[in-house]
Ligand binder design. Structure first.
Ligand code: 13P
Length: 252
C-alpha cells in the first residue's frame, strides 16, 4: 500500500503573519493525522521561518523550485544544497507555471530533478497537459514526453526516491477539477509507462493529483486506485480546508 501524501503549494502567497497562523493551525491539526504524510512548500524567503514553525512536527517542508546548479555565478538562483541545509525534504520541479510563464523546458526540469536528487531531496515532478492539448487528444503524448525527459536523463531507478504530481493545466486555479475517472486514467497511464521499465518502481511511486483539490472533493479523488494524494494550491492557504484534505487522506 502506498501512503497518501498531501502537499501544499503556497505559490507566491503569504507573509510572516499569515504563515505563522497557517502553520500553527496545520501543525496542531496534523497531530492526530498519523496515517497521512503532509508537506508544505513555501516561498524561498519564508522557508527558514516555516522550518522553525514546523519544529519537530511530522509536517515536512518543501520548496517550489530549485536551480540545476549547486553553486556559482547564477544570480537569483537557489540551489539544492541550500534547500537541504534549511530543512527541506521535498522540492517541486517542473510546475506548469514554471513551464508556461518562465519558459522552463522538459530538459531544464529534468536537470533540476537530478540536482535535487543528488542532494537527497525528494523531487515532486509535475506533469500535465493544457486544455488545448487535452482537446486535441494529446494528453498522453504530452505527459509521456515530460516524463521521458527525466527517465532519459536519470533512468527509471531515480523515480524510486521521487514523487510525481499530475496537474492538468486546465484544472489549476480554475475551480474545474478533473473527475476522479479522468485523473485516474492519466495516473494509470503514468504508472504503466514506468512499469514498462521497472515494475517495482512503478508500484512504489506516489502519484499525486493537483488542480482545484478542496476539502469537498479530495476523498473521491484519493479513493482512486492510482491517486496517492494531492498537490494543493489555493486550498492549502486555508488551514481548515487543507486539514480537511489531509483528513481525507487519513481516512483512505
Ligand atoms: P489549485 O489547487 O489552486 O488549483 O493549484 C494546484 C496547483 O497548481 C498545485 O501545484
Amino acid at each position: 500500500m502506498r501512503r497518501i501524501l498531501v502537499a501544499g503549494n503556497w505559490k507566491l502567497n503569504g507573509n510572516k503573519a499569515s504563515i505563522q497562523q497557517l502553520v500553527n493551525s496545520i501543525v496542531t491539526g496534523a497531530n492526530e493525522l498519523t496515517k497521512v504524510s503532509i508537506a508544505v512548500c513555501a516561498p524561498y524567503v519564508y522557508l527558514p521561518l516555516t522550518a522553525e514553525l514546523l519544529g519537530s512536527s511530522a509536517v515536512a517542508l518543501g520548496a517550489q523550485d530549485v536551480s540545476e546548479q549547486d553553486s556559482g555565478a547564477f544570480t537569483g538562483e537557489v540551489s539544492a544544497p541550500m534547500l537541504l541545509e534549511i530543512g527541506c525534504k521535498y522540492v517541486i520541479v517542473g510546475h506548469s507555471e514554471r513551464r508556461a510563464l518562465f519558459g522552463e523546458k522538459d530538459g531544464d526540469t529534468a536537470r533540476k530533478f537530478a540536482a535535487a536528487r543528488k542532494q537527497g531531496l525528494i523531487p515532486i515532478l509535475c506533469l500535465g497537459e493544457s486544455l488545448a492539448e487535452r482537446e486535441a487528444g494529446q494528453t498522453e503524448t504530452v505527459v509521456a514526453r515530460q516524463l521521458d525527459a527525466v527517465l532519459e536523463l536519470e533512468g527509471v531507478q531515480a523515480l524510486s526516491d521521487a514523487v510525481i504530481a499530475y496537474e492538468p493545466v486546465w484544472a489549476i486555479g480554475t475551480g474545474k477539477t478533473a473527475t476522479p475517472e479522468q485523473a485516474q486514467a492519466v495516473h494509470a497511464f503514468i504508472r504503466e509507462r514506468i512499469a514498462a521499465q521497472d515494475e517495482a518502481v512503478a508500484k512504489k511511486i506516489q502519484i499525486l493529483y493537483g488542480g482545484s483539490v478542496k476539502g469537498s472533493n479530495a476523498a473521491e479523488l484519493f479513493a482512486m486506485q492510482d491517486i496517492d494524494g494531492g498537490l494543493i494550491g489555493g486550498a492549502s492557504l486555508d488551514a481548515q480546508d487543507f486539514l480537511k484534505i489531509c483528513q481525507a487522506g487519513q481516512n483512505q
